[in-house]
Design a protein. Structure first.
Length: 65
């Protein structure tokens, strides 16, 4: 049985924790940050977890993570 290929775009954006949750960075922190409130930028620094509905799809795309 051949190995399953990892989806490279997904591997760059998501990581699986020891407990099995899928972690990702928050969106909207790339550019045009001058118009955004300081509090909003500060809250977007934290990592977030993927909802259970999407978790299975992402884990299928990064099988060896």
């Amino acid at each position: 049985m051949p190995k399953i290929k990892t989806h490279s775009g997904t591997a760059k954006r998501f990581s699986v924790t020891k407990s099995g949750k899928v972690k990702h960075m928050q969106q909207n922190r790339r550019h045009k940050l001058t118009k955004m409130a300081t509090k909003r930028k500060r809250l977007l620094r934290k990592n977030a977890y993927v909802s259970p509905a999407v978790e299975a799809n992402i884990k299928r795309m990064i099988p060896y993570a």
